[in-house]
Design a protein around this ligand. Sequence first.
Ligand code: SAM
Length: 237
Amino acid sequence: MVKNVFDSVASKYDLMNDAMSMGVHRLWKDEFVSSLKPGRRGAIKCIDVAGGTGDIALRILDFAREKYADRETSVEVVDINAQMLQEGYRRFKKTMYHNTPQVSFHEANAQELPSEKFADNSYDLYTIAFGIRNCTSIPAVLQEAHRVLKPGGTFACLEFNKVNNPLLNTNSSTWNYSFWGSGSYQYLVESIRKFPSQPDFAQMIRDAGFVTGKDIDGAAWTNLWGGVACIHTGVKV
Ligand code: SAM
């Protein structure tokens, strides 16, 4: 079903993203990537799961190049939906990363990454942005993230949250729903509503074997815009 939802929005995905968050998703993604500082300790190997059209991958590569003159950090973009990946591939064609070992696109399910392609202990950074809420089993995604990361590697998730502020809540769901008026959008709104709270999600990350900060806002997670979106990280020990 998720595959169909994203099939129906792939070509207008970026536009839809802008409308959903009124452009703010760009700032959140910038903040997400800059908080991870890719390239700071030399070139790293990244996997961006549920990577869609490559928004996070592009930011990782740009950040590493612009801040640290790093042209060796690489990102494997993984998504269950071939059409989203195709859009991403088309987009990267216009960038300096096209046809370099820095970026590649792979169709796979986050819940069962094929181990012959995504080997144990092979990545320094695993990112998933606005993707984990679409997965049927969050623990399965986290388990796979833990498997493919190297010891010392970082899991980082950017995701929408349930919002307590009724004004923001209206902005992020009702307004957009009436704007798009689509079943796909209704599905997205529902998936945000069902997503675990920040402490519950932090616990799930720990249950998968990661170490997170303490369960205090700003340590195990960082709220963006008062919790409309949230960054969670964990380290594989
Ligand atoms: N990370 C991108 C971004 O922030 O722009 C794309 C986010 S988009 C809202 C969610 C993506 O998750 C879609 O491209 C969808 O195909 C993908 N997705 C959903 N379920 C998935 C799964 N089980 N495995 C891999 N990708 C999945």
